[in-house]
Every structure is written in C-alpha cells, then in structure tokens.
Design a protein around this ligand. Structure first.
Ligand SMILES: [Zn+2]
Length: 356
C-alpha cells in the first residue's frame, strides 16, 4: 500500500508541473531570461539522456553499454555541442572544431557513401575523398574545399591513446544535468526582468503582476477582445479609449496625472518622462532607471512597481466594485503603501526619498 501511495502522490504532484511546463514556454525560461524558471520536462529529460552519451565515453567497458542508449539524433547533436573531443576516432563527433562535420558540412555529408567510417580509416590514403558519390559534385565543391583546408590545418596525428572527451558547456569539465538543461535555453538573451522585477524590493504579488505586465499578459479589454471574451472595451479610468495595458498605465489622462504628481517628489523626477509608442513597459522602465541619480535607483524600482500596482487596483475597483475613478484614492494609497514598505526596513525607501 505504501508504495502505491508514493506512486499516486508522485503522479499527482507531477501533473500541474507538467501542465505548466508544456503549456507555457515563457514560464519555463530561466529567471535571467525573463521566465519563472519552472522546469521544462521535455528539456529536462533530454538533459538527463545526455548522461547516457557522456557515460558511453567515460565508461565504455561497463556491461550496460550493450544496451542501446535511449537517445535520438537531437540528443546526439546537443551532446556534441556541449562537449569537445581531443583525439577522436569517430567522424560523427566534435573532433575538428566546435560542431560535428555532418552538421557543419551537411551537403557534403549527404554525398558521402560510408558515413560510419572512423577518422583512422577515412584519413588513410584520403579515403574520405574516394567515398564521395560520383556524378554532380559541383554543389559540394565549396564545402569540400573548406573541409580539406580544415583537415590540413589541423594536422591530425592519430595515436594509440584513448580518446578524451571534456564537457565544455558553461565552462564546466564534467557532465551536469543543470548545464545540459541550461544549454537548451540559450536562445533567449537576458531580458533585464530579473533586475527590474525580482531584485526590486516589493511584495511577491506585485512582482508577479509586474512580470505579467512586462510580458504584456495583463487581462485588459484589448486582450479579452482578441480572445473573443466578454469585455467593456473602454478604459474604466477615463471612458475615452480602448483599454490596453499601455493606455491604462501610461497614456490614460488619469494615470498621467498620477505619474506627474509623483514625479514632483524627491527621487522621482524621471517618472514624468512619457513612454514612447514603440517602447514596451520594460524598456520604458529601464529608461527611467537610467535617468535616475545613483542614490535613488533602488527606491525608484520599488516605487515604479508600487504605482503601476495601485493604478491596476484602482482599475479593478472601478470594474468590479462599481467605483468612480479618482486620483484622490490612488495617491493616499501609494503614500500608505510607501509607509508600510518602509516599516520592514527598506533602506532604499527611507526619507528623504519620496518626500514632497
Ligand atoms: Zn484611460
């Protein structure tokens, strides 16, 4: 019974993680890349399978080597990009440069008859040239010359020593599941969200809200309309334009007056800068930080999150509580939050920061 309970518990725990990881690529990005760092199970399983390929090199005489490694071509290419082979005997590995030859010279590789030759047999008497299919070779001349020069420059000397492999991903020397996993998330460049959101001094709920804002994932009326869901179309704070996150937080006269009022406080001068049309909220925020004097940058980060959060709360109160929007509600709320956030010792928010 105990083992069945463990199994059921493990499966039930894995279900929401699986749903999150397969449904949303964004949340599976690393935190430094702008995601939430939730494990992507497809990438993680690939990272674990790479261990098989690593052990094939490291422990070639183990009995379990007689079983086929459960890896596909994608895993082998990933493994090749994460490793470097010093003296190799296999054409399909990274023994000449940073990528496998079949990947670097795909047309040439297609044209050759014996794809499983070892380096030793292929290099003897230029056998690799004789292996080429005859016929139309004009389209591979360029790749042929490049490869020929590469081999000449490398000056390969084969010896009886064992081939050596090293793990080069992220500067490591040994396989690790974390580097193999991170290797698959390199496509997105650092987003700046880590510094703008997660490093800022603010409550967790405000940080999650800011993360959604920077990814333009707030459920404003424009987005509800795109999905064909019920919406009120207009911005509830001004009843003039269609509500979008850009309008609601920057262009709306209601929000503009709040930003303007707040910019008169100590350390907030940059807040009066208008957001440019082509800017996302993150780029706008980063511009405000750049315009802020060094001593006030940390405080400004917290205040920025606090102001957008209070505007959002006012918008929700108008929609769901049938209130009328009034800046007189929002400004005292910001002031109250500022005092509350100071209580736990947020030094970046201490006076004179924020003083009128
Ligand atoms: Zn508006």
């Amino acid at each position: 019974m105990a083992s069945r309970r463990v199994l059921v518990r493990a499966v039930l725990t894995a279900l929401p993680i699986f749903a999150l990881s397969v449904l949303k690529d964004k949340v599976c990005l690393l935190v430094v890349k702008g995601g939430l760092g939730i494990l992507n199970l497809h990438r993680f399983s690939a990272a674990l399978r790479l261990r098989w390929l690593w052990l094939v090199w490291q422990q070639p005489r183990q009995l379990w080597m007689n079983f086929l490694a459960p890896c596909d071509q994608g895993d082998r290419e990933l493994s090749a990009s994460a490793t470097s082979v010093q003296v190799d005997n296999k054409l399909a590995s990274t023994w000449l440069g940073s990528a496998t030859l079949c990947r670097e010279f795909p047309n040439f590789f297609k044209h050759t008859r014996r794809k499983s030759r070892t380096v030793e047999t292929a290099s003897a008497n230029d056998q690799w040239i004789r292996d080429l299919h005859h016929g139309n070779t004009a389209n591979i001349v360029n790749e042929f010359l490049q490869l020929w020069r590469k081999i000449q420059r490398a000056g390969i000397v084969l010896s009886l020593e064992e081939d050596k492999i090293s793990w080069v991903a992220e500067g490591g020397s040994m396989y690790s599941a974390s580097t193999a996993y991170n290797l698959q998330t390199q496509e997105a460049s650092p987003s700046g969200i880590k510094s703008a959101v997660w490093k800022a001094r603010a409550p967790g709920s405000v940080k999650i809200f800011a993360w959604l804002l920077h990814h333009d994932r707030l459920w404003c009326n424009d987005r509800l309309q795109q999905h064909g869901w019920p919406n009120g179309y207009f911005c509830t704070l001004c009843i003039r334009n269609q509500e979008s996150s850009t309008h609601l937080l920057w262009d709306c006269p209601f929000s503009s007056s709040i930003w303007h009022t707040m910019s008169t406080r100590v350390g907030y001068a940059a807040l009066k800068e208008k957001q440019e049309m082509h800017h996302g909220s993150l780029r706008h925020f980063q511009r405000l930080i750049a315009l802020t004097p060094a001593g006030f940058k940390k405080g400004l980060k917290s205040m920025f999150l606090m102001i957008v959060w209070e505007i959002w709360k006012e918008r929700n109160a108008c929609i769901f509580g049938n209130k009328l929007s009034q800046t007189e509600h929002v400004l005292p709320a910001i002031r109250g939050s500022l005092e509350l956030w100071r209580l736990p010792g947020a030094r970046c928010l201490e006076l004179p920061f924020g003083k009128m």
